[in-house]
Design a binder for this molecule. Structure first.
Ligand code: FPP
Length: 230
């Protein structure tokens, strides 16, 4: 495939915001927006893979989201059920793997089992990884890492902290995209985002299509990353 964009990021992470507002504009329940968001996410993963990106992390459920009304959470759990029984098979067939970051023990037991199987059944030789952040919060992740370090009883270096995070096998994100108009990270990958480029757009996530994704990558591609150097 012809590739016009030079300098493709290795790891892109996305805060998929705006599903609720997208549904509200259509006088539909929030779950309708999450459904459309899942379709947008699947299309985005395909696009990312075709562009040569290796890791795509998506914020599918924050720890804070767990306090949403029961019907909305149940709608999201149903989407996870569908994704991990049906959609992951397409992912595997395309040579891609699924990974999860976050504390899934707070999710319904059957969802946990599906997630564990989804990760376990992923192809071993995958060249592309979809990483779902589920009941993920960066402060909780860091607190967990600090406690693990304390229990070892040794001083830690920066690399030791990285190796105690959920993302230990995943490179830091080169680019973090947030849709839906808010200009913040909302407890997402705070340690890993130290040198990430940020891209914000007002586009609501269900409308964040392949063209929009390409635009974000083109913006990244034109930037000069100095990592604190000159
Ligand atoms: C934020 O929009 C989005 C979420 C809380 C959920 C994101 C989930 C998906 C896109 C479905 C993913 C499915 C799988 C299987 C990973 P919001 O509800 O906060 O929107 P709002 O800001 O407009 O209210």
């Amino acid at each position: 495939m012809k590739q016009d964009i030079a300098n493709i990021p290795r790891h892109v992470a996305v805060i998929m915001d705006g599903n609720g507002r997208w549904a509200k504009k259509r006088l539909m329940p929030r779950t309708f927006g999450h459904n459309a968001g899942m379709n947008a996410m699947i299309a985005m993963a395909r696009k990312a893979k075709s562009m040569g990106i290796r890791y795509l992390t998506v914020y599918a459920l924050s720890t804070e989201n767990l306090s949403r009304p029961k019907e909305e959470l149940e709608g999201l759990y149903n989407l996870f059920r569908k994704y991990f029984t049906k959609n992951v098979k397409d992912l595997y067939a395309e040579g891609a793997a699924v990974r999860v970051i976050g504390d899934i023990t707070a999710l319904p037991q059957d969802v946990q089992t599906l997630i564990e199987e989804g990760v376990k059944n992923s192809p071993a030789d995958a060249q592309f990884f979809v990483i779902l952040a589920l009941n993920y919060g960066a402060r909780a992740e860091l607190t967990r890492a600090v406690n693990a370090a304390i229990s070892r009883g040794e001083r830690v270096e920066e690399g030791d902290i990285s190796s105690l995070l959920y993302t230990k096998d995943i490179p830091d994100p080169d680019l973090i995209i947030r849709t839906g108009g808010e200009l913040r990270l909302s407890n997402f990958l705070l340690w890993q985002a130290a040198y990430s480029e940020l891209y914000f757009t007002d586009v609501l996530f269900p409308d964040f299509d392949e063209k929009q994704f390409e635009k974000a990558i083109a913006s990244y591609s034109g930037r000069n990353r100095r990592f604190g150097k000159i």
